[in-house]
Write a protein that binds this ligand. Structure first.
Ligand code: ZN
Ligand code: ZN
Length: 287
């Protein structure tokens, strides 16, 4: 087992999307655990990056600017992490803003459906407090829990999960567009949690379309998963990353910060890939 002192966690959420800790609180936790670096990878938002970098200033902790973009092909959901992105990149910022606006419309529709199911919620109880934050289903789940409609956050997904009666699909962008957006913003495009259903078999295609890494180390990955993903990474010359997908301390909300990170010695490879990407022109690919 690796000591967290030598680890980096490359998949972390904050209140800029559906995490329950602010960027400053996440930085304090990472410092307390002795992590060397964390990548802030909020869903469709970079709103937490500046605060986290300010909180880490003067310490040994590196805060890597990142994002997690939700994308779809008919065969499944593909979450693409962008690591070392330039947070003020114009095209990325504009696209993320459009995706966040679509998330607001989607959340409002889900509230209408929940009202019809006898579980009304006011918009104000769902709305996150952070400017530029990406609203998601977890915000709705938390409001349902506070109202006592459900007994756990997981239970909410019987209603707002993909096959639930209050589910509304989100704005769809393709993994190819997500990869293009990340790369033109100077970032490294990494496939998050590749063992999600139907995803791993598309790694060769995604690699040919510009994907640069895969998240090999992840809380739900078995030893067999890790071995298979390491083989794929070698075969398709993909970077190996890992992270906890930390969302906070709420019961059932997954792994603690720092778990499933990768050794800090892997970070220079990622940094090099970002630098190399920046020195070559990467245009957004067509959809
Ligand atoms: Zn994800
Ligand atoms: Zn995530």
């Amino acid at each position: 087992m690796l000591s967290q002192q030598n680890c980096v966690d490359l998949h972390v959420h904050t209140t800029a999307s559906d995490g329950s800790l602010t960027p400053t609180e996440v930085v304090r936790l990472a410092l307390a655990q002795g992590l060397r670096a964390i990548a802030l990878t909020d869903h469709d938002s970079v709103a937490g990056v500046a605060e986290a970098q300010a909180a880490a200033r003067g310490t040994d902790l590196e805060v890597i600017p990142g994002v997690e973009i939700s994308s779809d092909w008919p065969v499944g959901d593909f979450h693409i992490l962008g690591l070392y992105i330039e947070p003020r990149n114009g095209p990325l910022g504009e696209r993320l803003a459009a995706m966040r606006a679509a998330r607001v419309g989607r959340a409002r529709k889900m509230l209408e459906r929940l009202t019809a199911l006898g579980m009304p919620l006011e918009w104000e109880e769902v709305l996150p407090s952070v400017n530029g934050c990406a609203i998601g289903r977890l915000h709705i789940a938390r409001a349902m829990l506070r109202r006592g409609y459900i007994r756990s956050l997981q239970e909410a997904f019987q209603y707002i999960g993909r096959y639930g009666p209050a589910y509304v699909p989100r704005l769809r962008i393709t993994p190819v567009e997500a990869i293009g957006l990340i790369r033109q913003a100077g970032g490294v495009a990494v496939l998050a949690h590749p063992t999600a259903s139907g995803v791993a078999e598309h790694i060769p295609t995604l690699a040919s379309l510009g994907l640069q890494g895969i998240e090999v180390f992840y809380p739900e990955h078995s030893f067999e998963n890790i071995k298979a993903l390491l083989r794929l990474a070698r075969q398709y010359r993909l970077l190996v990353t890992g992270g906890s997908d930390f969302h906070g301390f709420e019961p059932g909300m997954g792994a603690p910060l720092g778990s499933c990170g990768v050794p800090a010695r892997r970070l220079p490879f990622l940094r090099q890939a970002a630098m190399a990407g920046r020195s070559s022109e990467w245009a957004c690919l067509p959809l």
